[in-house]
Design a protein around this ligand. Structure first.
Ligand SMILES: *Cc1c(COP(=O)(O)O)cnc(C)c1O
Length: 374
């Protein structure tokens, strides 16, 4: 029996045709044609003014923080449960990370936990649309606005998710996306930064191109900055995926529905979707505190049955990268929900190549293991 991978893209003839055209023709006067189409298309899709294609979401977060002028002495709040790419760029700019607790149902930043960790040094909050879900944006926005704190929305896992009719990524001062091969839409590696703020867009355009003023042809750099760009071949792949985004999201939601039906009756908690939010279920995730084994054990038991899975993110404040830092020590004592849920969740196979039969094979395996553990 073939192994079932945990994630992966859906590539069709359209993607192959666009990339082939890019590698053939997107040079000389056409060198930016696919970037143009991809970025303008992304702006239209999200309903935002500016989109900038980048090599990764990590670089988009780095640029967002740099463009907001965040640096030494500043604090940036992140949810404790997320991928380290959300928090690492805070260190790149010399600022301090503050880990806040998550909401028990959405698994995203809890608004009251965010408010509780704000200090006079808090300059920004990075909200994360975890596994395709979204936090209570209205509540977070109200707090951030009242306290003069910038919002960066990490929508790396939430292409096409919505809240109150607005698309994920369009809620903050800046939104960022990932097109890593595991994500809902891919460019192999890649990212996008979006914003309605023309001041930030102009700052990002300069910072991502070695400190050149837009249009500079004289190599007359204004400052030392960064080089963050995507290739035409990646932009072509991204454009093809963007033109198929509805189909990709429909498949993600279908996969979730198959799991929901296949796992019904078991004592586990799957991704939630609250009133007014559309979850695109990047990773179908099961929290199973009452099924008798930690996430590490579940991953082993599934692996023995040919099924790949991933752990629900450990609280960032608990991993070696932040060990011993005052912020990690404070968070470990404070973030009750992150630590309570952390050990018990796994991401089930959620690749776009899944069919119903394969999802049922996974559900059967989960049922068998749960019965053995009981
Ligand atoms: C994947 C991911 C990123 C990083 O994306 P890259 O394109 O790999 O840099 C950032 N934040 C979250 C929440 C992610 O899942």
């Amino acid at each position: 029996m073939t192994r079932i991978p945990v994630s992966g893209p859906w590539i069709t003839e359209k993607e192959i045709a666009y990339v082939t055209d890019a590698v053939t023709n997107a040079w000389y006067e056409n060198h930016a044609s696919y970037h143009e189409r991809f970025e303008r298309g992304f702006e239209r899709y999200l309903g935002v003014r500016h989109a900038v294609s980048l090599p990764s979401c990590t670089s988009a977060l780095h640029l967002a923080l740099a463009a907001l002028g965040i640096g030494p002495g500043d604090e940036v709040v992140v949810p404790d449960v997320t991928w380290i790419a959300t928090s690492a760029p805070i260190r790149y700019v010399g600022a301090e990370v503050v880990f806040a607790d998550i909401d028990r149902s959405s698994w995203c930043l809890a608004a009251d936990a965010f408010e509780a960790v704000i200090t006079s040094r808090t300059r920004a909050v990075i909200v994360v649309d975890l596994y395709g879900n979204m936090p209570d944006m209205a509540a977070i926005r109200e707090i951030a606005t009242r306290r003069g704190i910038a919002i960066i929305e990490d929508a790396a896992e939430a292409h096409g998710s919505e809240q109150q009719g607005r698309k994920a990524g369009a809620f903050g001062d800046v939104g960022v996306f990932s097109f890593h091969g595991s994500k809902t839409m891919t460019t192999g590696e890649g990212g996008m930064l979006v914003t309605d703020r023309t001041d930030l867009f102009e700052r990002v355009s300069c910072l991502r191109d070695h400190g050149r003023a837009p249009g500079d042809r004289h190599f007359f750099n204004r400052e030392i900055a960064f080089k963050y760009k995507m290739s035409s071949m990646q932009a072509a792949l991204g454009l093809a995926q963007l033109e198929r985004i509805d189909e990709l999201i429909t498949r993600k939601r279908q996969i979730f529905e198959w799991y929901r039906a296949g796992l019904a009756g078991l004592e586990l908690q799957l991704n939630s979707e609250s009133e007014g939010t559309k979850n695109t279920y990047w990773m179908v995730t099961a929290l199973m505190p009452r099924l008798g084994a930690t996430k590490e054990r579940w991953m082993e038991l599934l692996s023995e049955r040919g099924i790949d899975s991933r752990p629900f993110f450990h609280p960032l404040s608990s991993i070696p990268a932040y060990a011993g830092t005052p912020q990690a020590i404070a968070a470990a004592a404070r973030n009750v929900v992150s630590y309570e849920l952390g050990p018990w969740g796994i991401n089930l196979p959620s690749g776009l190549n899944l069919d119903e039969v394969t999802v049922m094979r996974v559900c059967e395996a989960v049922r068998e293991i749960a019965a053995q553990l009981a």
